[in-house]
Every structure is written in C-alpha cells, then in structure tokens.
Design a protein. Structure first.
Length: 220
C-alpha cells in the first residue's frame, strides 16, 4: 500500500514550515553560519535517515545545507518524507541552523522536439544522464537539473526550442516575477497564470516560472 502524501496535505501538516514542495520533492535550505555547523547537521541527518531507513539528498555548502526529500518507490513525497522532514527541522533548530524556505527552488531544462527519441539520445549521451521516463533524463549523481524532452508537432524556427523550468515556493513567485520584469524581462505567455508564466530575457531566451500548486492535479 502506497504511503504517498499530496503536497497540499504535506504543507498542511504540523512541523513543515521549513519545507516547500517544488517540482521534484520537498526541499529545505538551512543557513548553518559556518561549515562545521553545516557538517554537524549533515551528520545528524545521516543518523536520522539511517534510523528511519529512508534517505534524502543532502548538499553541504560553505554557508548551509540543502535537503531534498522524495520517495523514489512511489515517485512522490510520502508520509516517510513528512516524518523525516520534522526530525530534520528539529535537528537543525537544536544545532542553531536557520531554515530559509524562501531560498528553495528547483530547476529543470526543457527541450522542444519533433523527434523525441533522437533528441533524447543526444542529450543522454552528451550529459551522461540516465533515462527515467519516455521523455525524461536525470543526472545519476543527483546534482544537475533534470531534462525533459517535450513533444511538439513541427519545428518552430521563430522560437527557442530550449528553455528553463523554474519552480519556486508560491509565497515567492510574485516577487521573483516582478524582479525578472524589472531586470528587463517580458511576459511571453500568461494564459496559464498563476500556474506558470513564460518569461523571456531581452534577447528572447525563455523560462517558465511556476509555483508548485498545493491544489494541482498532481497533488490530488
């Protein structure tokens, strides 16, 4: 029996204020203040994960620690992730590491293609990535952004065929949108707003900016 939990229920659960569900799981960032405290937090997370038999992705940087929780066996976040998120937050507080949920985001590269298998084979080879779905590639080291090959019916020479998908917390997206426009960007398509906006830089390079909706179909 699956123990998957929807993003909506995850966010509504007690003890998840430090976390945001964005695109590829539940993520948190903890400002450690120094490398030693960050390393201590990583050590604490490792102990908690081993005790739970459930292991997150953890990235130690000089200034802090990034954590991603997802249950690969269900392809989703789960109640195991919820329990571990609470324990990690408690460990961070005990060590004096400060949660900064407004810094959380996830990044994906999206490529439009008429011949998806051919385009996918090229990017799989050149990036050294692994196939995970019919049109998806992932970094086997779990350090780089996922690549999604999007089917289109015909070539579109008037538009870029490669863009970035950026998922940010819902409480951040409007500020990020305003900053992008103030920096010279423009809205290319907002028909799907507030689910996502397609923006372009001054030379036409595109990014889809999206909050991960708690009431999205994926969350049902």
């Amino acid at each position: 029996m699956s123990d998957a939990i929807s993003p909506k229920d995850f966010r509504a659960a007690e003890g998840t204020d430090d976390w945001r569900v964005v695109g590829d799981g539940a993520r948190a960032w903890f400002d450690a203040g120094d490398f030693a405290r960050g390393a201590a937090l990583v050590s604490a997370i490792a102990g908690l994960a081993d005790a739970a038999g459930h292991h997150p992705d953890v990235d130690l940087r000089y200034s802090g620690v990034a954590v991603r929780l997802i249950s690969h066996d269900v392809g989703d976040i789960s109640h195991r992730d919820l329990a571990l998120a609470r324990d990690i937050s408690a460990a961070a507080r005990e060590l004096g590491a400060t949660a900064r949920p407004e810094l959380v985001q996830s990044l994906q590269i999206a490529i439009d293609a008429v011949d998806v298998p051919a385009v996918r084979a090229f990017w799989e080879a050149v990036l050294g990535y692994s196939p995970v779905e019919d049109a998806d590639l992932t970094d086997p080291r779990a350090s780089g952004p996922n690549v999604w090959i999007q089917q289109i019916d015909a070539a579109r020479p008037e538009r870029n065929t490669l863009h970035v998908d950026l998922y940010v917390p819902r409480d951040v997206v409007e500020k990020r949108l305003a900053a992008a426009l103030a920096a010279g960007g423009r809205v290319v398509n907002d028909v799907n707003a507030p689910e996502w906006w397609t923006l372009a830089d001054p030379e036409g390079n595109e990014v889809d900016l999206a909050p991960w909706r708690d009431d999205s179909p994926w969350a049902a």
